[in-house]
Design a protein around this ligand. Structure first.
Ligand code: TXA
Ligand code: MG
Length: 318
């Protein structure tokens, strides 16, 4: 159900959940100070209670309402990348709801850059806890239609169009002048390192690894197979019926898939990220027997995309 900005504000103030657009993916938002509203997020997503939520704030000045410490390194990263697809995990103030933090001593914060959601944050005066607006372990939503197909037509959605970054934010945890990458995203580790002036800590910080990072994540319903190179993928497709495929790089010269059963994304990481989930959502609709996925080159520029595709291709052994 699409709602206006005014309705979204009213619903959130009343303790309801609303799906909101961000530059990365759609989030399922609730007032970060309302425990009953926060519990609705976990219920709607069917998300385990031990997986904490990111708090979205309107600007950097709100960090100290939630974080106990704002180390100079974290401040520099926020100045460099906010509003934008960077989440900072910092030592939490004790007043932050333990439902948001899932009992962790830390809190995850981000200022998103989507204009409609920035307006929502500013006009409502709320901080919004929001995980991606999909059911637990499913593909993340980058359009209002994706949200509705995952969570149902009754979820109020503030439609802000397709998300321009397309994959979830980079998550960095900061303690003093040390940092650690908890989740790859389109802000690359090298960009963090350039500002930090030193590489990520290799041994884990005291803060736990992002608990949502288990392998079964971001998965289509259709089975998937990953291929390091395209030749092997095409050879497999020739021998098996009803395959769909996600290719990266040049379009196929000779079609070997049924019409609409292959999608080729460009060889630019930013463009692939933008269209990645939409492509997977489309291929997932086809009732193919398997989605064959061509992995991008194993270089730093593709780290976030490789991470998402590897998880999409993971199946728990039964
Ligand atoms: O781009 C994004 O980050 C999107 C948009 C909506 O902002 N949100 C998103 O939320 O991807 P979610 O819940 O799907 O992923 C958030 C990740 C989870 O893996 C969670 O475990 C981790 O952030 N996280 C949240 N709070 C944390 C904390 N205090 N310490 C460590 N990890 C945390
Ligand atoms: Mg998610």
């Amino acid at each position: 159900m699409r709602v206006s900005l005014t309705d979204a504000i009213a619903l959130l103030k009343r303790g309801e959940v609303v799906a909101i657009p961000t530059e990365t993916v759609y989030g399922l938002a609730a007032d970060a100070s309302n425990d009953l509203a926060l519990k609705k997020i976990y219920a709607v997503k069917q998300r385990p209670a031990n997986n904490p939520l990111i708090v979205h704030i309107a600007d950097i000045h709100q960090v100290m309402d939630y974080a106990d410490e704002f180390p100079p390194l974290a401040n520099k990263l926020a100045q460099a990348f906010w509003p934008g697809p960077l989440t900072l995990v910092l030592k939490s103030k004790p007043t932050v709801s333990i439902i948001v933090r899932a009992n962790a001593p830390t809190v995850a914060l981000r200022v998103p850059s989507h204009p409609l959601t920035l307006q929502l944050l500013t006009q409502s005066g709320l901080a919004l806890a929001a995980p991606s607006a999909n059911r637990y372990t499913q593909l993340s939503p980058t359009t209002a239609a994706h949200v509705e197909s995952s969570l149902g037509e009754n979820i109020p959605v503030l439609d802000g169009g397709a998300c321009p970054v397309g994959i979830e934010s980079t998550i960095v945890s900061v303690e003093g002048d040390d940092w650690q990458l908890l989740r790859h995203g389109m802000i690359a580790a090298a960009q963090i390192e350039a500002i930090a002036g030193k590489p990520a800590l290799q041994q884990p910080l005291e803060t736990p690894k992002a608990p949502g990072q288990h392998l079964l994540h971001y998965s289509p319903n259709t089975a998937t197979l990953l291929f390091q190179d395209r030749t092997a993928l095409l050879a497999y497709a020739k021998l098996h019926h009803n395959c769909a495929a996600l290719l990266i790089g040049d379009a196929l010269e000779t079609p070997i898939f049924s019409d609409g059963f292959d999608i080729t994304l460009s060889n630019q990481p930013e463009q692939v990220a933008e269209h990645l989930y939409e492509a997977l959502h489309q291929l997932d609709q086809l009732q193919a027997s398997v989605i064959l996925i061509q992995l991008p080159p194993a270089t730093a520029a593709w780290a976030a995309i490789s991470d998402r595709l590897t998880r999409a291709g993971y199946r728990e052994k039964s």
